[in-house]
Design a protein around this ligand. Structure first.
Ligand code: UDX
Length: 438
């Protein structure tokens, strides 16, 4: 099939490259001509494990191209995917759909022959209908159908999630569009991927409901972790104990400083907003938003209390700044709340992150950056783990202890073993882990 991908960001670039890997002919376009120029040279605008090889292999095979011109890409396509940003609108939490509708207007003028117009970006319920209206109004003679095909890609695992998805959700309303979409995803038949065909609104709600449920699950275990700290229970064993129930499941029960990223925060806000608009308020999701936001702020307090009530004049080593491991993405990262609050309390911050320091330097003024985790620990009065980068798990605690001014660790991702660290002479605090028996 011939595919035009509008938007070459986290979703569009990964989706376009994976569709090319399926064997389709893909043209990815983007307004940012600099990004297109870099992509043509095989330079990735985002950090996503395996993406550079996937892109360059498919460019070399002639199945993947990058262009700035939307018209040509759309004119030759069987399906056009809208994968532009849908950020949170300033002030009210609704999704900003200006980029989606701007792309739709351009697509409307460029359609030649029957085309399926697919919303891949996460868009509020009703957006698919609006896309169809815009196209019909702009080009009444256009032969097209609209489809909703939401992405379920985790950053840092996006290619894996695309190539081996738990399911593909497709909202279509004509046999012809269904056939085109079935043809696009046919390679997944080889691994018997479940295909959920439904209508457009249902596909749109499914995306929001999925992310909101995952955000709720994380927030649930985060609050259980707070209870565990108070009563001497271990949240890891609680998570294991409930996760073995097939109805609950093991995943997404890792307590931490709160969820961040480009999806959960904006999708929960957009769902809550849309639901209020149609008088079907999602009060649990509204609570999740509230709890998560205050949790990130509470984490700085946790560090200050651990240091005896003040961090003024202390040097704090920070391990990890990105919203999660295996990404360079700082959007809504807990560090954006935690680090400034510690600075405001008078601490000097020395941070290390394998991928996020460039972006973090733009978003958090006044922090020093270290070249390694050990350098971040050197001379530190306390070490705070904010992101669970795999390489942090392999650090030598003895070497950390030698480097630090005081052997104290606040481990917001529970990557270290409390007993081992305390046995080595560290004062250690995790999330939801039992305090030392004194
Ligand atoms: C998420 C969804 O997983 C994905 O399906 C959707 O398409 C986009 O949003 P992503 O935001 O990339 O993906 O990351 P994810 O791995 O889901 O983590 C989201 C946030 O939750 C991160 O801040 C992460 O640290 C946090 N998290 C995740 C936890 O705190 N505990 C967990 O157990 C899992």
């Amino acid at each position: 099939m011939r595919i035009a991908m509008i938007g070459s960001g986290y979703v569009g670039l990964v989706s376009g490259a994976c569709f090319a890997q399926f064997g389709h002919d893909v043209v990815c376009v983007d307004k940012d001509e600099g990004k297109i120029a870099r992509l043509r040279k095989g330079e990735m605008p985002i950090y996503e494990p395996g993406l550079d090889k996937l892109v360059t292999d498919n460019m070399r095979a002639g199945r993947l191209a990058f262009g700035a011109g939307l018209d040509e890409a759309v004119a030759g396509a069987d399906a056009v995917f809208i994968a532009v940003g849908t950020p949170t609108r300033r002030g009210d939490g609704h999704a900003d759909l200006s980029y989606v509708y701007a792309a739709t207007a351009e697509i409307a003028d460029a359609i030649r022959g029957y085309t399926v117009v697919v919303t891949k970006s996460t868009v509020p319920v009703g957006t698919g209908r609006e896309v169809a209206r815009i196209i019909r109004e702009a080009q009444p003679a256009a032969e097209f159908d609209v489809c909703s095909n939401p992405e379920f890609l985790r950053e840092g695992a996006a290619i894996e999630d695309f190539m081996k998805p738990d399911r593909v959700v497709i909202g279509v309303e004509s046999e012809r569009a269904r056939d085109v979409m079935a043809g696009i995803y046919r390679p997944l038949n080889l691994i018997q991927t479940p295909m959920v065909f439904t209508n457009i609104e249902t596909a749109e709600v499914t995306k929001y409901a999925g992310n909101a449920f995952l955000a709720t699950k994380i927030t649930f275990i985060n609050e259980i972790a707070d209870l565990c700290e108070k009563v001497g229970a271990d949240v890891h064993d609680v998570a294991r104990g409930i996760g073995l129930d097939g109805r609950i499941g093991r995943k997404f029960l890792h307590p931490g400083p709160g969820f961040g990223g480009s999806c959960f925060p904006k999708d929960t806000l957009a769902l809550a907003y849309t639901a209020r608009e149609v008088d079907a308020p999602q009060t649990i999701v509204e609570q999740v938003i509230e709890i998560n936001s205050s949790r990130k702020k509470k984490m700085a307090r946790k560090v200050i209390d651990f240091c005896g009530g003040s961090v003024s004049g202390l040097t704090i080593g920070v391990l990890g700044l990105t919203f999660k491991a295996n990404t360079d993405d700082m959007r809504d990262a807990p560090s954006l709340d935690i680090v400034p609050a510690l600075q405001a309390a008078g601490a000097r911050i020395v941070a290390f992150d394998p991928e996020g320091m460039t972006e973090a330097g733009r978003m958090i003024p006044g922090i020093a950056f270290a070249k390694t985790a050990y350098e971040a620990a050197t001379g530190a009065d306390v070490l705070v783990v904010i992101t669970e980068w795999h390489e942090f798990r392999g650090l030598d605690p003895r070497r950390l202890k030698e480097a630090m001014r005081k052997p104290r660790i606040v481990d917001l991702r529970n990557i270290f073993d409390p007993e081992e660290m305390r046995g080595l002479g560290f004062a250690y605090e995790g999330v939801g882990r039992p305090k030392p028996r004194n």
